[in-house]
Write a protein that binds this ligand. Sequence first.
Ligand code: NAP
Length: 311
Amino acid sequence: MTSNENRVKMLILGSGPAGLSAALYAARAELAPVLLTGAQLGGQAALTYTIENYPGFPDGVGGAQLGELFQKQAEHFGTRVEFDTANKVDLSARPFKVTTDAGEYLSDSLIVTTGASPIHLNVPGEDTLLGRGVSYCATCDGAFFKDKKVVVIGGGDSALEEAIFLTRYASSVTIVHRRDELRAGPILQKRAKENPKIQFIWNTVVTEIRGSAKMESVQLKNVQTGEESTFAADGIFIFIGHTPNTQLFEGQLKMDSHGYIEADMLMQTSVPGVFAAGEAADPHFRQVITSAGMGAAAAIQATRFLEAETG
Ligand code: NAP
């Protein structure tokens, strides 16, 4: 990186659907945006095996494949994609200063699309057995569980979607849910309930994940009766929601009590010139299409912001 390359009009943090859509719009507005990918290229969407609800793909599209198409389109119009991660920001004055693994950027505007990460159960064994039975990504780790017995935690769309995916490999998939009613939408509920490899354990939480070299069992507790039991399994996939990746902006951007960045209808944050889009600012929808839409809106508004300054 030369110093000229570090002085930019627009810097975009994150390479999920929001970031790459923002980059496409900013590039077409001839702002020569720089996009820092962050550690997870393509964001969480890239970890999804098939996306069936992104318009234009009637037969579904692979999450990673969709991310590659987004990136190709953004680069085609002039986005510079850097495989780099921001680890410090100074939004107290413009140009904004962003320190990364590889250097430093000064940018007239910033679009924050840093996404969200899976929430942990916070039970004994979860951290120590990570990668040795404990997983937060069926697409990444499912194939390691061929003909094995796995449990899935959660009752939302993610848990059911991933449980159905895991039936490709696992001999049985047991969904453990803390209530007796699922939060997931009706289509996924029907598919999961009709799948012969999927069973449910209701009104139950995991209190411990056990194993030495690798996971061997989970300790379960029925929340109604208090009864405890041991359930033997080779893997546990945890899908109990997400937390936004916004720690970098603490004390600099206004956030809600869960750490989601507060952005208005125009994707403007509490700092003029800083915009936020996608799951870092969205606790409600969390879809590829809504994140992409927010990213486009953020870039349009950022373009207007920069144009208003230059007259
Ligand atoms: P979610 O809808 O928030 O569901 C989280 C699930 O985990 C809930 O069933 C919740 O139980 C359970 N849970 C939370 N904390 C727990 C804990 N400490 N111990 C045990 N269980 C716990 O999260 P999500 O499934 O990741 O979905 C998030 C959003 O993305 C939703 O809007 C969803 O529609 C969307 N999404 C859509 C698709 C799709 O359209 N194909 C796919 C994935 C996600 P309770 O039900 O009791 O609260």
